[in-house]
Design a protein around this ligand. Structure first.
Ligand code: NDP
Ligand code: MG
Length: 382
């Protein structure tokens, strides 16, 4: 049973919900972290009394240190602070709720310490899934997914080793479902972050609009559940009630259903293999309106999803390149520096241009990640 946790990215959407779950479950929070949201981090620190707060931005760290000077809470600044938060002593689980590939190093260090990884940060697996899963197996560290689809698949597969035939990965289709490239060309960041069913951080909201999120999840699922690209089928399910399904060898399909609420998968990642009462709303089948609908994705209108599946098939460093290029492009879009359709164009160009390394080690992955970031910045002369 998990009794104490560290939360990487406690000031974000998943991080704040993790704080609520930790309070509900009565868990001790040993460390929290932020990039630069120090006002909220201070509030969280005063309430949760962790041993440390990691603040990546150095000047924000200095400010928080002064603000918390009347407490015995340590404030660590800089990139390495995230690793310190991940490996802090007397901690059973680390919730990785930072956004982007910055989650990779702290996750690998927490694995070395045999911590349970409650993994929200999908970019870590997209970037270096084979290495992360292998190291977790070698060290005996559990990785329990927080991403709602993967939590659903994990729950459906618990106790069913060797019975999986196909993962049925569901996705709502986002706010621009069915829109053509012509129709999406003037989409603004404000429109893109407004998701119909989920309230999330800015980066994943844009990924959900482009459906790159489903592509990242496709690769995440391959690593978590040891499948090939042919072992995963994406289904558009606009209601987000079925969080994903598995088809077993005999044709039986098992689904996990619930209201769209990340509190549930966060809690399950911390209580697994047990279940306890949650704060989540209950599903009322009599109020489902038009019922539950499922469609095949139109890959022509979802080029980011098609690109991600192609990268999954290509293997090597392609997924890491796509992930890094997408991170840079999405941030430029959020800063109003590029258009919506430029995201796909630049990411596809990065995948085509950055040379693929087969069977990469960690250094080769990190180098490909850097090269992809530089490529996209140069592509937009940024
Ligand atoms: P947010 O943007 O809301 O929060 C991200 C957190 O990470 C914040 O605490 C932020 O600090 C911190 N952070 C961002 N960049 C850095 C950096 N370079 N160094 C250190 N810390 C950093 O994201 P979400 O909570 O929405 O998502 C977090 C992860 O969970 C992502 O990988 C996402 O894909 C995944 N996920 C999210 C879901 C959701 O419902 N939100 C659902 C499923 C998966 P600061 O506050 O200072 O910006
Ligand atoms: Mg998801």
């Amino acid at each position: 049973m998990v009794r104490s946790i560290s939360i990487l990215g406690s000031t974000g959407s998943i991080g704040r919900q993790t704080v609520a779950v930790a309070e509900h479950l009565g868990l001790q929070v040993r460390a929290i972290s932020t990039n630069r949201s120090i006002k909220l981090a201070e509030e969280q620190a005063r309430k949760l009394r962790p041993a440390m707060v990691a603040v990546t931005d150095e000047s924000a760290a200095k400010e928080l240190k002064t603000a918390l000077a009347d407490t015995d809470i340590k404030v660590w600044g800089g990139e390495h602070a995230l690793v310190e938060a991940a490996v802090i002593s007397d901690t059973d689980a680390v919730v990785t709720a930072v956004s982007g590939a910055v989650g990779l190093k702290p996750t690998l260090e927490a694995i070395k310490k045999k911590r349970r990884i409650a993994l929200a940060n999908k970019e870590t697996l997209v970037c270096a899934g084979s290495i992360v899963m292998q190291r977790a197996a070698d060290c005996g560290a559990e990785i329990v997914p927080v991403d709602s689809e993967h939590s659903a698949i994990f729950q459906c597969l618990t106790g069913r080793k060797g019975e999986l035939r196909k993962v049925l990965l569901t996705g709502s289709g986002g706010p621009f479902r069915g829109w053509s490239r012509e129709q999406t060309k003037d989409v603004t960041p404000e429109q893109a972050v407004r998701h119909p069913n989920w309230s999330m951080g800015a980066k994943i909201s844009v990924d959900s609009a482009t459906m790159m999120n489903k592509g990242l999840e496709f690769i995440e699922a391959m690593h978590l559940f040891g499948t090939t690209p042919d072992g995963i089928e994406v289904l558009i399910h606009p209601e987000s009630i079925v969080h994903s399904m598995v088809e077993l060898v005999d044709g039986t399909v098992i689904a996990q259903l619930g209201v769209p609420d990340m509190g549930l998968p966060i809690q399950y990642a911390l209580t697994y293999p047990n279940r306890v009462a949650s704060m989540s709303e209950r599903l009322d089948f009599t109020k489902l309106g038009k019922g539950l609908n499922f469609y095949a994705p139109d890959f022509e209108k979802l080029p980011c999803l098609a690109l991600a599946i192609q990268c999954a098939r290509n293997g090597g460093t392609d997924a890491a390149v796509m992930n890094a290029a997408n991170e840079v492009a999405v941030h430029l879009f959020l800063d109003h520096k590029i258009g919506y359709n430029d995201i796909y164009d630049s990411v596809a160009a990065a995948v085509q241009t950055v040379p693929r390394t087969e069977n990469p080690d960690l250094d080769a992955i990190l180098a490909a990640d850097q090269e992809a970031r530089a490529f996209v910045r140069a592509y937009f002369k940024q």
